[in-house]
Structure formats: structure tokens, C-alpha cells
Design a protein around this ligand. Structure first.
Ligand SMILES: Cc1cc2nc3c(=O)[nH]c(=O)nc-3n(C[C@H](O)[C@H](O)[C@H](O)COP(=O)(O)O)c2cc1C
Length: 441
């Protein structure tokens, strides 16, 4: 396929999880996988970061389940037994670990507005943004998981839309904290012994419906601005929140029809939002690359075969916020209503034909990839399909989900990236100095 000169380039991020498994359940049990040992080893994450930087990726995206789901069968047992969304290691320290091993790679981290405060969130994220030279991103999530609330001592989980109202207020405080110390307030006058000019500081004194904050911005103003802001809610209220705050939006849609629908919904929402913000959407994809298509298909089957249904349901029920134990596997799922992740429930349950899928079909899609569509084949087939989806949907790029690590990342960077580069649709060198400059290029 010839490249159109004015065509922008595809952007790529790599999804990672600081846990024993990737999105592929039971990945820890595969002989090729090194992530379980990687939980004890800075070098594992630094090698992944260097490989991704060699592949000119825009960045990493750390998904995070901060607490263990106990929705399926009303128990943590299936989650713990299979290592499904458990253990819940904190991704934040890995931002520093991976940034220290690279110079260009952006590192986005999921941090929920439940269980922390705007002050602590901006302090941690901005400190890392300084140390990494502006390479930190924040995936703002509102805390769909009941377990996260219980773990943080809250018995009540706010209803779905109200969590976004709360998060709006959370962000209002973050912006004030980020703006609290203007660049010209910092004097660093060694001879005069004056560090900063207090008259130029804008103290924050915020009292809202849910939150309050009385503080001076805790960190220096960053020459790279605020951390990059991401968001991945795709309900109506979630999209409004994304348009208000996010520079780049993530979405999971299991098929091309869903991706097209999702692009239209986001564009329509942006038009009615009236801020003229051009929303940039990255869709999840899971490549499984081998030198022949038959080998790649065998690999996908091999990974799927060891996944018990209980492991799938432990994760799926946690994200949907409903116990599907005892539900007829051949019942269409779309009739369900949730206060947890509406976007992921809707994406999972709507087939390419617009009709509802059954629990059996949904579970099959969730086993390896949480309903992220898989590209299974040779490097050429994977590159072809990525280019086709990118051109047909007009999306900004992709957020790739590995199966086993680090071999998934190695395979993609060594065999697929060069093909995308040769086609002129993906960068061969970084454009900018920091995450925003590269991701927005
Ligand atoms: C690509 C993608 C990644 C996500 N990663 C996380 C995550 O790591 N942690 C989390 O709590 N929610 C995650 N979510 C869930 C959403 O951010 C959002 O909280 C959830 O879908 C509920 O919002 P909604 O009902 O508006 O869609 C992710 C969603 C998508 C599409």
C-alpha cells in the first residue's frame, strides 16, 4: 500500500501490567514467560523499556487493578487461585525504573481517583515527570472496582456517573496545584540566598462538594508542563470526561464495526462538547506473530487451552461488577446494566452485527485479551491488518497488549515495526524531547 504524503503516522503504545499475568490469563504458566520472575527484578522492566525504545514506541501504558476482584462467586478465591488480576503490584515505581533506562520512551500509568487525593496524585506524578524529563502520562480512572473501595476502607461505591463528577472535582484541584507555582516564582538566586518569591505563589484553597485542598503546589513547575493525560471510559459520561481532560483516549473494541462506531461516537460527542478539541483515539490490539500463520494460530490455541473458565469469569465479573455464576452461558449479555465499567460491558457484549453476544462468546474473547481484537499471523499479515484498521477507522494508533513477555514485545519490535517503518507509516526516529512532543507529533 502506497503512503499518502500528507497522511499522519500511526502512534503505538504498549500495554503492560505490574502483575504475574498480562491481559492473557495464565501467561505466568507459559514456559516462554518471564514476568513472574520480573516482579523481583528491575532489569526485566528496563529491558522491556529499551526494546520498546528501540522500536520507537511512543510509550508504555500501565493498566492497573489496584485490588483483587471478589465478585465472581462472591470470593477472591478464583482470582487468587489462577493469578487473575492478582497480585496487584503498584505500577508507579516502574515509571522511575523504566524511565531511568531510556531517553525517549513515554510511560503512562493508571492511577485511580479513588483511594488517593489530588495532592498526593499530583505530587507523585509530577515528581516523576521532572525526573524523567517530561515522559510521564496519567491514565485517569474513576475506580469501577468495588474491591478497590473496600480495600481503602470505603463501604460505599459512588454510582457510575457520580464517580465522574467526583473525578471532575479531583481534576479541578490537580490543575490548581499544577498552576500554583509559576515558572517566574523560582529565583534560585544563589548569591542573594533566595530560592523562590512567595509573592508569586498561588496557594490552593479549594472547597468542593466532595473534596477540599489547602496547599501550595508541592513541586517545582516543570519545563515540560503537566504529565500527559489519558482516559479510557467509553460510556456517555466517560466520553464527556475524556473530552474535558484527556489528550489521548484509549478504547477497547473487539471488532472493526465497534471501532468505527466508537470513532463516530467520540467525534459526535466532541462536536456537541463545543471545545473544538480533536479527540485522538488509540485502540487496543493483541498481535500474535510467528513466521507462518499456522504457527501463530497454534500459539494462540496453546495459550487459550490452559485458561480455566473460572479464571476468565473472576476477571470479567470484577470488571462488569456482576456475578455471572449460574448465568446461562448461551444467554445474550447485552440486557445487563452495571455501575462498574459500562464501556467495557457494552464493547464486549455487542457483536460486529450489532446484536448481543452470549456469555460463552464473551468469555472466549476475554481469555487472552479482555476482548481486545487479536491479529494472528506472520509479521506481514499483522502489519497489513494494522494499516488497514488504522486507515479504515481514522484512529490515531494502537495500544498493544502482549500475550507472554518479554517475547511478545521482542517479536513485534523485531519483525513488525520494521515493516511499518518501511511503509512510512511509523516513525524511525523520535521527533521530540518528551512524551507529549512525540505522541502529539
Ligand atoms: C484500554 C483500556 C484500559 C483500561 N485500563 C484500566 C485500568 O488499568 N484500570 C482501571 O481501573 N480501569 C481501566 N479501564 C477502565 C476505564 O478506564 C473506565 O474506568 C471504565 O471503563 C469505566 O468507565 P465507563 O463506564 O465510562 O466506560 C480501561 C479501559 C480501557 C478501554
Amino acid at each position: 500500500m502506497a503512503q499518502t504524503p500528507q497522511m499522519p503516522r500511526m502512534h503505538l503504545m504498549q500495554m503492560l501490567i505490574h502483575s504475574a499475568s498480562t491481559h492473557t490469563l495464565m501467561s505466568w504458566a507459559d514456559p516462554a514467560d518471564g514476568q513472574l520472575q520480573g516482579l523481583q527484578d528491575f532489569a526485566y522492566w528496563q529491558n522491556l523499556a529499551r526494546t520498546l525504545e528501540r522500536g520507537c514506541f511512543d510509550g508504555v501504558f500501565f493498566a492497573d487493578s489496584p485490588a483483587t476482584h471478589a465478585v465472581y462467586q462472591g470470593s477472591v478465591e478464583p482470582s487468587v487461585r489462577y493469578g487473575a488480576s492478582w497480585p496487584n503490584h503498584d505500577p508507579m515505581p516502574l515509571v522511575a525504573v523504566m524511565a531511568a533506562a531510556t531517553r525517549h520512551l513515554g510511560i503512562g500509568v493508571t492511577l485511580s481517583t479513588t483511594g488517593t487525593t489530588p495532592y498526593l496524585a499530583t505530587r507523585r506524578l509530577t515528581t516523576l515527570n521532572h525526573l524523567s524529563g517530561g515522559r510521564v502520562g496519567w491514565n485517569i480512572v474513576t475506580g469501577f472496582s468495588h474491591a478497590e473501595h473496600l480495600a481503602n476502607g470505603m463501604d460505599r461505591q459512588m454510582p457510575h456517573d457520580e464517580r465522574y463528577d467526583y473525578a471532575d472535582e479531583f481534576m479541578a484541584i490537580c490543575y490548581q496545584l499544577w498552576d500554583s507555582v509559576p515558572v517566574d516564582a523560582i529565583l534560585a538566586d544563589k548569591a542573594g540566598g533566595r530560592f523562590a518569591d512567595p509573592a508569586r505563589i498561588r496557594p490552593v484553597d479549594f472547597k468542593g462538594k466532595y473534596l477540599s485542598c489547602k496547599a501550595v503546589g508541592p513541586v517545582l513547575p516543570s519545563p515540560h508542563g503537566r504529565p500527559m493525560l489519558f482516559q479510557a471510559g467509553s460510556s456517555g459520561r466517560g466520553m464527556q470526561f475524556a473530552l474535558e481532560h484527556a489528550e489521548v483516549v484509549f478504547a477497547i473494541q473487539p471488532h472493526l464495526a465497534g471501532m468505527r462506531r466508537s470513532m463516530t461516537q467520540l467525534k459526535d460527542a466532541a462536536a456537541s462538547h463545543g471545545r473544538g478539541r480533536d479527540p485522538k483515539m488509540l485502540f487496543g490490539l493483541q498481535p500474535i506473530v510467528r513466521s507462518t500463520e499456522a504457527e501463530a494460530r497454534r500459539r494462540a490455541e496453546e495459550l487459550a487451552e490452559r485458561i480455566p473458565l473460572d479464571a476468565i469469569l473472576a476477571r470479567m465479573c470484577g470488571v462488569f461488577g456482576m456475578d455471572l455464576a449460574g448465568v446461562d452461558p448461551d444467554r445474550p449479555l447485552a440486557e445487563m446494566e452495571t455501575q462498574a465499567s459500562r464501556g467495557l460491558l457494552a464493547a464486549t457484549t455487542t457483536g460486529a452485527d450489532g446484536k448481543s453476544v452470549t456469555l460463552r462468546d464473551a468469555a472466549a474473547k476475554w481469555a487472552l485479551s479482555v476482548a481486545i481484537p487479536q491479529l494472528i499471523g506472520t509479521p506481514e499479515q499483522v502489519a497489513d491488518e494494522m494499516e488497514r484498521i488504522w486507515r479504515e477507522t481514522g484512529c490515531y494508533g494502537f495500544n498493544l497488549s502482549p500475550t507472554t513477555n518479554p517475547d511478545s514485545v521482542d517479536d513485534f519490535v523485531d519483525h513488525v515495526v520494521p515493516l511499518l517503518q518501511r511503509r512510512g507509516i511509523f516513525r524511525s526516529a523520535y521527533e521530540g524531547r518528551n512524551f507529549r512532543e512525540n505522541l502529539m507529533a
